[in-house]
Ligand binder design. Structure first.
Ligand code: FES
Ligand SMILES: [Fe+2]
Length: 414
């Protein structure tokens, strides 16, 4: 950006296309990406409505007729288990005059009844009965609209895209490495939403770098050495890999994120493990376990697994619990950071884990992130803001920026 464009409002700075052309690799993005209604509107269409989102666990709707709602921006989706036991998702929009059909956040039912004129829908979304409409009504044409839904290791993902990215390559490559963790045999121990007064991309950028971990996260840097330089962190990883091998925990880095790495038409994904500090079994205050071992794991390799399913659902899996991150845009400068803690499905609160100990690390870390991200937004909104150079430790943030810009470019050209 030159001096002529630096301090002008976005409206004078040209179109989103010009903004995209001005981006300088190796740098932060300019103000308008975080502070303009037209970019936010483009983000919603180019990324948020296209991506996959973690919605919940399949065992939350274990029985026929169980359902819960997934809500994102203006959209509401019913996720229900049908008579055939299959998990399906459909738009919570009545095919008569568009009312929300299901109003309860979760529950169990034999059918969905629209509260407006009482059209009824079956558990598979098909129209069962439309009051006083006569026999000529074509029921088959009036099912609730299906929404893309995938159950992956017990986790339900939803996409609002017409043709969302495929899970095929992800399943083929990551099913094996994920199996020992038994994620399909976990349950949600706690789910917390943190409101962050910032554009959603500042949350994602922050999550993808640990350059800030040393100054911002005393709790995290006590447990994870990832804030150290590569040569200092390497010995920890090598020692962890040996322990992981002995326990049969896969450590090979699978990186399918970004152009050239991600198969065409596939969701981006990656699998990697990093070591905790020596002597730390898990991400807890003392390093001691906070819950029973997950899945088929037989011991602690003192590592943590990072899994990406798309860019908006990173998972961090310790040996005894898992943490799912969700980045949820609400409006241009308001987002929700949702954190979901998973434990073994048989683990009972009070007996097998203490919620405060389980959630300590990522609750403290997320509150600290909220603080720094909100200050980031404030600075970015200033007339004096100018995108600065990214550090080597911000390589994954650059990767997110590349992914994002590619999506936005694709959207602007359609
Ligand atoms: S809007 Fe649903 S029955 Fe009329
Ligand atoms: Fe952080």
């Amino acid at each position: 950006m030159d001096a002529n464009t630096k301090n002008r409002p976005f409206a004078e700075n040209g179109s989103v296309t010009e903004l995209l052309e001005r981006y300088r690799s190796g740098h932060a993005m300019e103000q308008a990406f975080y502070h303009s209604d037209s970019v936010f509107a483009a983000d919603v269409e180019a990324v948020i409505m296209q991506e996959w989102h973690f919605a919940g666990l399949a065992n939350e709707i274990a029985s026929v007729g169980d359902y819960f709602l997934f809500e994102l921006l203006d959209e509401s989706v019913i996720i229900a288990r049908g008579e055939d036991e299959k998990v399906r998702a459909f738009a919570n929009v009545c095919r008569h005059r568009g009312s929300r059909v299901c109003l309860e956040e979760r529950g169990s039912t034999r059918q969905f009844v629209c509260p407006y004129h009482a059209w009824t829908y079956k558990l598979d979304g098909s129209l069962r009965h439309a009051r006083l409409m006569g026999p000529e009504l074509d029921h088959a044409e009036l099912s609730l609209k299906p929404v893309a839904c995938e159950v992956f290791h017990g986790m339900i993902f939803v996409s609002l895209a017409e043709k969302p990215a495929s899970f095929e390559a992800l399943r083929a490559e990551v099913d094996g490495p994920l199996t020992p963790y038994g994620l399909d045999r976990t349950r949600i121990a706690h789910r917390e939403r943190y409101t962050v007064e910032a554009n959603w991309k500042l949350l994602v950028e922050n999550y993808n770098e640990c350059y800030h971990c040393a100054p911002a996260h005393p709790e995290y840097r006590r447990t994870h050495p990832t804030h150290l330089s590569a040569d200092r962190v390497e010995p920890f990883n090598l020692a962890m890999e040996e322990r992981a091998r002995a326990l049969g925990i896969p450590t090979d880095f699978i990186d399918r994120v970004g152009p050239g790495l991600c198969p065409v038409g596939s969701v981006d994904y990656s699998y990697s493990r990093h070591s905790l500090y020596e002597g730390f079994d898990t991400g807890s205050d003392t390093g001691k376990p906070v819950a029973p071992l997950l899945g088929a794991l037989q011991g602690y390799d003192q590592g943590a697994m990072d899994l990406y399913v798309g860019f908006l659902n990173p998972l961090l899996v310790y040996n005894d619990h898992a943490v799912i991150y969700r980045f949820i845009p609400v409006s241009r400068e308001l987002s929700i950071q949702e954190i979901i803690w998973l434990v073994h499905e048989d683990a009972q609160e009070g007996r097998d884990y203490d919620l405060q100990r389980l959630t300590w690390l990522w609750d403290a870390t997320t509150k600290a992130d909220k603080h720094i991200i909100e200050k980031n937004q404030k600075g970015v909104n200033s007339r004096f803001y100018q995108p600065g150079p990214l550090a080597g430790m911000e390589a994954f943030t650059q990767r997110f920026i590349n992914y994002y810009l590619e999506r936005l470019r694709g959207h602007m050209h359609t």
